[in-house]
Design a binder for this molecule. Structure first.
Ligand code: PTJ
Length: 258
């Protein structure tokens, strides 16, 4: 048994987590979610979501499958092709990858919009401030006076010039209802979710079955390397991506191991 089976209870900062721990990434992720809850960014339910994601990641070998890497490249190409791309940020996403999301938004010229399942004015403000602390210049979703049709009112709130008008939306760690409602609005949807059977990746045009802490930096690296690519080349990358095969590959890995 490792000397470091658990994070010491008194860890206050993630830099105290030993980098040589075999489950280092999982411990950092857990710590960030805990810190997010303490700061009022992440909802308590975000801990359940994180636990579920962590179990799927364990079964995926805590690595980016080749099929997920292809999805990340296709997603970067799709975001670069978009006219009005928007990245949706909830409490888990803000806690786990705030700076990484700012970098991705810059790389693909997308807006960041706070969009919560458990919406309160306090959490909206805390998340927007947290994103600004990590370099975001404009954050949408504060007033959120437009509505996603056919969804309970609080979860449906979006900005008229943000998610409502977007052609491509990245919705990580999303609940299935809202992903379906966005799909019904005709959005091109990119979903990051470790559970390939969840409704969100099932309805996504580009489902990315990978941990968000790996997926987002990978997408930014792809976007940077595709920055000079032609429209035709970007379209070909999106066209070649096989969403059914990617979902099946992840499910196969989870059920059968290597
Ligand atoms: O901040 P709020 O109020 O908007 O609430 C956010 C949560 C995540 C609590 C809310 O959207 C929710 O309850 O989501 P679900 O229905 O639990 O779905 C979250 C999905 O994200 C699950 O399928 C998890 O497997 C997956 N997931 C969790 N952690 C990660 C993940 N996927 C990728 N990377 C992760 N680190």
């Amino acid at each position: 048994m490792s000397d470091y089976e658990t994070v010491p209870a008194e860890v206050e900062d993630e830099t105290e987590i030993p980098t040589d721990h075999p489950r280092y990434t999982d411990l950092v992720t857990r710590h960030r979610i805990e810190a997010g809850v303490e700061k009022g960014i992440t909802h308590l339910q975000g801990m359940h979501a994180e636990g579920r994601g962590s179990a799927f990641d364990y079964l995926l070998g805590e690595q980016t499958l080749e099929s997920a890497a292809a999805a990340e490249r296709a997603a970067a190409a799709q975001l670069l092709l978009a006219e009005d791309p928007v990245i949706s940020i909830n409490g888990n996403v803000a806690a786990l990858v705030p700076g990484e999301m700012v970098d991705l938004a810059e790389a693909v010229d997308a807006d960041l919009e706070v969009n919560l399942f458990n919406r309160t004015a306090e959490r909206i403000t805390a998340i927007a401030d947290h994103l600004r602390d990590h370099g975001a210049t404009g954050v949408k979703g504060i007033e959120a006076t437009a509505r996603i049709p056919n969804l309970d009112h609080q979860r449906a709130r979006v900005d008229a010039d943000g998610i409502y008008a977007a052609d491509v939306v990245l919705v990580p760690l999303e609940d299935g209802d809202r992903a379906e409602a966005l799909e019904a609005m005709g959005k091109t949807e990119i979903v990051i979710d470790l559970n390939p059977l969840s409704r969100s990746p099932q309805v996504a045009d580009i489902p990315i079955v990978d941990n968000i802490v790996r997926a987002v930096p990978n997408m930014t690296a792809h976007a940077d390397s595709l920055a000079e690519a032609s429209t035709a080349d970007l379209e070909a990358i999106v066209e070649e991506f096989d969403r059914e095969a990617a979902l099946e590959d992840a499910e196969h890995r989870i059920r059968n191991g290597l």
